[in-house]
Design a protein around this ligand. Structure first.
Ligand SMILES: [Fe+2]
Ligand SMILES: [Fe+2]
Length: 475
């Protein structure tokens, strides 16, 4: 069944009405979710009516319906991709066995941990982005921010459904805790580092949605391979929503670059101070933001060697990105993979068992995917006749997790000493002065069709609406 039942309190395509215990648990959690949204969701947005898409079916054709809704009335619900009764596990030690509809006892703790860790990122990003609505560069951008926020809220629902349906009392406790941790809170922070960082301005937001939502894509894609079928089906539907988040990031950065390039050509200068004085973000600042978000995001994949990663794979809990398209044995015993370490002040590669290196495998897949979009940003510069190019830093740059943690490294991948790091840090990562400058550009522009001076308008509106459409009606 793929049609979503909206006549129930909680929209769903999982026959929720037939499972009274679960329905009660979710209906008990729902008011806490709304309180959480009111407390730490988008600031000052209660009366806005936002042109949002809402899932009406999980079918690839026309799953989304658009209309103006108050975000707090958004029909958050539970949507799983259709199941295949004959689906088989296609990797790890259980390869060829039937996929699980329930959680096997021996994998319960690990599966719960995987679901909680994924679930924790969803409300975290809403918290990180909660002030951005106050400084939106346009009504179009404001609407995109809110669309992402409600969908991250729905992703939280998706993980809470799995916890409450399949993990009994522990699951209900974990579902409550997901609303109690808060991004950046000193006493009760979110689980993963990048989700406790601030998203202080819109350039940071676009970098976050380009890089960090893409981490989401790769994690979800790996979970979509899971032997635990409800997890696979849930994450497959989440992936359809994630694509829009990355689009917002990629097109957002691209529009910032386009505007900067335009002003550079008008003023015939590449002088950062002159570009700043004209109210645009210089390419050096954009590069430093990129360096920061990229390095913080690749840390999310975890340690380069991890026995947990091996266990998760071999027991069928988490596959690789596009597991089904790979032509190896999908068991990976006896195979090796190259990871980096520092030896005598130099970065060297070493071979380690592939099963233990699966975090690194996923990180490398992510890196390939992110580099492609940076190439598309460079096309904007190329077309404008600007010779500067953006690059992703070396993967050992500014790392806090794994064998490369704490190693001082230039963005090009040269090991540097503490003195050089201290001298160059503000050339490589955003300085407090960069943040202050970008913050100074952030003003609220929300008249339909108007855009802040530091960003170009988009090529097209949302859902074939014009760019100057009234995407948000302020109550
Ligand atoms: Fe998400
Ligand atoms: Fe997302």
């Amino acid at each position: 069944m793929s049609t979503i039942n909206y006549s129930e309190k909680i929209p769903n395509n999982v026959n929720l009405g037939e499972d009274r215990t679960l329905q009660r648990a979710l209906e008990g959690w729902q008011p806490n979710f709304i309180n959480w949204w009111d407390d730490v969701g988008p600031e000052g947005s209660t009366n806005h009516e936002v042109y949002l898409r809402t899932a009406v079916s999980v079918d690839p054709q026309g799953w989304a319906q658009f209309g103006h809704v108050k975000m707090r009335d958004y029909r958050w619900g539970i949507f799983l991709n259709p199941g295949d009764a004959n689906r088989e596990i296609h990797f790890g030690d259980h390869k060829g066995e039937k996929a699980w509809q329930d959680v096997p006892g021996e994998h319960r703790a690990n599966l719960r941990r995987i679901i909680v860790t994924q679930g924790d990122t969803e409300p975290a990003s809403v918290e990180q982005q909660r002030h951005l609505g106050l400084t939106a560069p346009s009504m179009y951008d404001l609407r995109n921010l809110f669309q992402i926020n409600v969908e991250e809220g729905r992703h939280l629902w998706a993980m809470v459904y799995l916890l409450q349906k399949h993990f009994g009392r522990d699951g209900r406790e974990e579902a409550d805790a997901l609303l109690q941790r808060t991004s950046g809170d000193a006493n009760n922070p979110r689980i993963l580092g990048a989700f406790n960082e601030k998203t202080p301005d819109w350039l940071a937001f676009f970098m976050f949605t380009y890089f960090t939502d893409r981490d989401g894509k790769f994690q979800l894609a790996a979970l979509a391979e899971s032997a635990f079928d409800p997890l696979a089906r849930t994450t497959k539907f989440m992936l359809t929503e994630e694509a829009h988040h990355m689009f917002v990031g990629e097109s957002g950065v691209s529009r910032v670059i386009a505007r900067t390039a335009q002003v550079m050509n008008e003023l015939k200068t590449d002088d950062a101070q002159k570009i700043r004085a004209a109210g645009c973000i210089d390419l050096g600042t954009i590069q430093r933001y990129l360096n920061f978000h990229y390095s913080v995001t690749i840390d999310l994949f975890g340690a380069d060697q991890s026995s947990n990663a091996a266990i998760f794979y071999s027991s069928g809990l988490k596959g690789r990105y596009e597991e089904g398209k790979r032509d190896d044995d999908h068991v990976l015993k006896g195979q090796t993979y190259k990871v980096l370490e520092v030896k005598d002040g130099q970065l060297v590669e070493k071979d380690v068992p592939m099963l233990n290196a699966l975090n690194e495998v996923l990180r490398d897949d992510f890196i390939k995917d992110s580099v492609a979009g940076v190439g598309r940003w460079n096309k904007v510069l190329e077309k404008a006749g600007i010779p500067t190019r953006l690059t992703v830093p070396h993967k050992a740059f500014n790392r806090q997790i794994g064998a490369l943690a704490g190693i001082k490294m230039s963005p090009e991948g040269r090991v540097v000493n503490d003195i050089e790091w201290a001298a160059k840090r503000d050339e490589w990562l955003p300085s407090s002065e960069d943040f202050a400058f970008v913050a100074s550009l952030m003003g609220r522009v929300v008249e339909p069709g108007k855009f802040a001076g530091w960003i170009s308008p988009p090529v097209m509106g949302i859902n074939r609406q014009p760019v100057d459409f009234e995407y948000v009606r302020f109550g």
